[in-house]
Each structure stands twice: as C-alpha cells, then as structure tokens.
Write a protein that binds this ligand. Structure first.
Ligand code: PXL
Length: 281
C-alpha cells in the first residue's frame, strides 16, 4: 500500500530548498506527501531580500482539520520552523496524526557555517531537543549538532573522535540514529556520519567547492524517501549522498543544485529494500 508522509517545512517561493525540494523528491518514491507549511517566503533566507509570512495560525487550523479527518501518517519529516510554538505544533502532529511505528526524521534547521539562524533562542532550542528526542533519524549539519549540544560549533580541523563523540552525545538526546551532515576530513571529500547499533559509519563523496544551498534538503529528502521505502540505513545514506553528488554534477546555480535531474531523465536503481524491491529514482 502507498505510504503517507507529512512534511513540516516552509515554502520558499524562489530558491530551491525545503518544501519545493522535499515534495517532489518524496513523491518520486511513490509516497503520498502532505505538507504542513510553517512559513511562506518570497525566497529563502540566503537571498539579500526576502519576505516571510508566518503560518502558525494556519498550522493550527490545518491540524484541527486533519484531526477531524482522522489522518494517520506512516512518516513524519520536519525542517525549517520559525518558533518554539511551531515546534510544539510539530509535536502535536506526532502525538495525534502519526502512526506509532511511523518513520520520524527531524532535520533540526537552526544554523549553518558556525552561525545560528535568527529564530534560535533558548526556548526554540529546548523544543527542538524535545522533537529530536522523538525522532528515529536526525540530520543536523556540524553547526546544528553543536547548537543541539549547546556547544561552540567546530567547523575545521576536527577529527574522527570529535564526530564520534558528538554522535554519541546526540544519541543521548533520545533519537535512535543520529547523523551529522557535511562532515569532511579531507579537502576533496564530504559526507555523512551516523551512529547505528553502537557503531559509527561514514559515507563520503567528492566535495565540490562553493556548494551549500539546497544540498541538505536534497540529502534529507532522499534519505527520508529511501528509509520510508524500506531501505537499510546504510543504503539510504549512500543513496542520499550519491543523489546529492549527481545533482551537483548536473548543475549548480547561485540559488541551488539541480535536484530535478533526480526526477527526470536517466533513472538509477538506488537500493534494494528489506522486502527485496528495487527502488528507482
Ligand atoms: O535549507 C534549509 C532552509 C529552509 N528554509 C529556509 C531557509 C533554509 C536555509 O537557509 O532559508 C527559508
């Protein structure tokens, strides 16, 4: 049966990130995707000018409507939110609209390049940690991992021990499989570190200079689609890392990577699911 997922993210009307990336990618896995938008932005916050319309009130009425429809989702995927109040509403989604055994992926969008985004304050951080405690998988970058752990971000000259230690500390926040994205020990390689069953694993691809925007969203969206389609964790991470590399190789513009190449043209078998189906996007 087709799985149903709820995506809690903003809509950035120009620039490739969050919902405009997550919806097509998740749909490409033949998953029915519902969107609970957190905000409507003219463009993402990386642009010098943008307007942001806060959708908290609309989130509340949507939640009430969905409760009355008795919706039950198999997967939950959250990203950019504006406030602790929105994070509380995301928790309400988990409590009321998501199946007990659902896949919960939380991308704790809070900062990048060593800096916290404007919405981060103590109560937002605390609510995000509560959300993380409910997740199967979290996908912070190095900055967000440090912010979750209430530490100063370290972006350079870290070693494997630092990443391993951070993953073990993230696990103590209560998530099942912590990941850290954008990990790089060598200047031409970048990838994901994750902790599963007490062991730390790394998946790397080639690093391309100057590319950041949209990579995290493509990565977490493929990861979510793959896991909800029944991939083993290591296969899902490999699929996500290689999808990002494919999208970067296909084209990079100032507003994002060419994730559309994953949806059209040559399809690739990404992995074989636990129940032995080929998953192709
Ligand atoms: O890619 C994460 C993200 C999501 N939504 C908005 C953003 C960003 C990153 O900057 O600005 C609006």
């Amino acid at each position: 049966m087709q799985k149903k997922a709820v995506i809690v993210q903003d809509v950035s009307c120009f620039g490739k990130c969050s919902a405009t990336v997550a919806l097509p990618i998740v749909s490409s896995f033949n998953i029915e995707a519902a969107l609970l938008p957190t905000a409507l932005l003219s463009a993402h916050t990386g642009f010098s000018n943008y307007t942001c319309f806060d959708l908290t009130e609309q989130m509340k009425t949507t939640l009430d409507d969905w409760k009355s429809l008795s919706l039950r989702f198999d997967g939950f995927f959250s990203g950019y939110m504006l406030s602790d109040q929105q994070a509380s509403l995301a928790l309400e989604v988990l409590d009321n609209l998501v199946k007990k055994d659902a896949l919960v992926l939380v991308d704790p969008v809070m900062g990048d390049n060593g800096k916290a985004y404007a919405m981060l304050n103590d109560s937002f951080g605390a609510k995000m940690r509560t959300l993380v405690s409910r997740a199967a998988v979290i996908t912070p970058n190095l900055t967000e991992a440090a912010l979750l752990l209430e530490k100063e971000p370290v972006l350079e000259n870290y070693d494997k021990a630092y990443i391993e230690q951070s993953l073990f500390e993230l696990k103590k926040l209560g998530c099942k499989i912590p990941m850290i994205t954008g990990v790089s020990f060598e200047k031409d390689k970048i990838g994901v570190a994750f902790l599963e069953n007490g062991k730390v694993h790394f998946v790397f691809s080639k690093k391309y200079d100057g590319v950041t925007c949209g990579t995290g969203d493509t990565l977490s969206s493929v990861l979510f689609g793959a896991l909800l389609s029944g991939a083993r964790v290591g296969d899902a991470v490999s699929a996500a890392v290689s999808a990002v590399e494919r999208a970067i190789k296909s084209g990079v513009r100032d507003y994002g990577i060419d994730f559309e190449c994953l949806l059209s043209g040559k399809k690739e078998i990404l992995f074989r699911s636990i129940d032995n189906q080929d998953i192709i996007i």
